[in-house]
Write a protein that binds this ligand. Structure first.
Ligand SMILES: [Zn+2]
Ligand SMILES: [Zn+2]
Length: 424
């Protein structure tokens, strides 16, 4: 084989598409129920858009971005996530302002240069939402509710929401000091990533999954105990709204988000359906990002979902892929029959019936095999005799039932209960 897809990328083949479309369809439908509208931003942006927002100290910016100069030497980067692009687009087009509530969603590929491993690709897909213009905790609760609704629509069960507050730029510095003080003693026993995090952003230590670090992380001080009055009130009211919505949540004071720009509410939706804990969605508030990117101070909240992860779970749960099978396959014998068949094929499609045909002039046997492979629901077989009668056999491929139907009546009859125009 001469060519292969680049390392860390995967083709989504026609057999996989139905499940992808199901997931994407559920995302669109749920987001639009909550009146979020789609935004599509370019796949690449000026590199600054990401370094500015995501933060120089993060793994993404330090080692995972696809950054390259264009022909004029400008530095561009393939988007590693969408929030920064959405903020850039919203500001550039005057959609984000303190007195405008903007609710948008996106779906599409993201790019990170990571070591490819199970469930982790260099080109991967995310769906997500962003809401700008309100710091009301009601909005936090609604965004969480929307995420839960989406996973229910996808058929996931045993969902739980982990919530936390990561504070704001007023109360977080004192907490970071407390964390530093606490880890000062212990960090030498922890992994080398934690050692680096200790210097750059001790909050991220809480995110470490390495076993030796866990016992130290478990006893670290919690942000929720260091919140100022406003952040505390915000958290309390959000929890109140969640109670009202009867959403099952758990306060997880070790939960932090991977990126620098998060403030206050952080959350994760976890599915326990497959035994292990599977985080299926992560999100939170980012009240300072818009201002940091050159806008006015506009609070915001959002979440993102890794679609490959959802795909993997649905596959393990054997969710039907809802393949859109061919409704009608028209098989023909001879040139004249082929002409008539092709005409009926067009009429079927005009009537909204998914229909297919033989394009290689093959034998009837080969055509029937093709119909079978396509999982056609019905086959209509036109030969010489049929041309004389102007009627032919319509065969139900699943039940093997057969009915004779006139050429003229085929399409009209096809839209009946069982599709073949019989009495059933
Ligand atoms: Zn605060
Ligand atoms: Zn660690």
């Amino acid at each position: 084989m001469k060519y292969a897809a680049p390392r860390g990328t995967k083709d989504i083949l026609p057999d996989d598409s139905p499940l992808w479309q199901f997931i994407e369809g559920a995302c669109r439908e749920t987001f639009e129920l909550f009146n979020y509208r789609e935004i599509r931003t370019p796949i690449f942006e000026a590199t600054d858009v990401f370094t500015r927002s995501i933060g120089d100290s993060t793994d993404i910016v330090k080692k995972e971005m696809y950054t390259f100069p264009d022909r004029k030497g400008r530095s561009l980067t393939l988007r590693p996530e969408a929030t920064a692009s959405v903020v850039r687009a919203g500001l550039e087009n005057n959609l984000i302002s303190p007195d405008n509530l903007l609710k948008v969603y996106y779906l599409g590929p993201m790019f990170r240069y990571e070591r490819p491993q199970a469930g982790r690709q260099r080109q991967f897909h995310q769906a997500g939402v962003e809401a700008f213009g309100s710091n009301d905790p009601l909005l936090d609760a609604e965004v969480i509710q929307m995420a839960v609704n989406l996973f229910q629509a996808l058929g996931l069960k045993e969902l739980e929401v982990d919530i936390n507050s990561v504070g704001c730029k007023k109360c977080r510095p004192a907490y970071l000091e407390a964390l530093k003080k606490y880890f000062q003693e212990n960090v030498k026993h922890m992994c080398k990533d934690c050692l680096a995090r200790f210097e750059i952003n001790p909050l991220r230590i809480l995110d470490c999954k390495e076993e030796p670090c866990q016992k130290y992380i478990a006893k670290a001080p919690a942000m929720v105990d260091h919140l100022d009055a406003e952040c505390k009130e915000h958290f309390k009211r959000m929890v109140g709204w969640l109670d009202g919505l009867e959403i099952k949540y758990k306060i997880n004071d070790r939960l932090v988000r991977g990126l620098d720009y998060y403030t206050r509410t952080a959350f994760e939706v976890v599915s326990k359906q497959l035994g292990a804990q599977n985080a299926v969605c992560g999100g939170g508030r980012y009240d300072d990002l818009v201002e940091e990117m050159g806008g006015k101070s506009v609070p915001a909240i959002g979440f993102a979902i890794g679609l490959e992860r959802i795909m993997e779970i649905l596959r393990k749960l054997n969710v039907e892929s809802r393949a859109s099978n061919v409704g009608l396959y028209i098989a023909t014998i001879g040139d004249e029959a082929r002409k008539v068949g092709f005409d009926l094929l067009s009429k079927a499609r005009d009537a909204g019936i998914s229909a297919d045909f033989d394009y290689q002039g093959r034998s009837l046997k080969a055509q029937m095999k093709a119909a079978d492979r396509l999982k056609a629901e019905y086959v209509y077989i036109i030969g010489e005799e049929e041309l004389k009668k102007r009627s032919a056999i319509l065969k139900n491929m699943e039940t093997a039932d057969q009915h004779e139907i006139a050429f003229d009546e085929l399409i009209d009859n096809f839209s009946g209960e069982c599709g073949c125009g019989c009495e059933h």
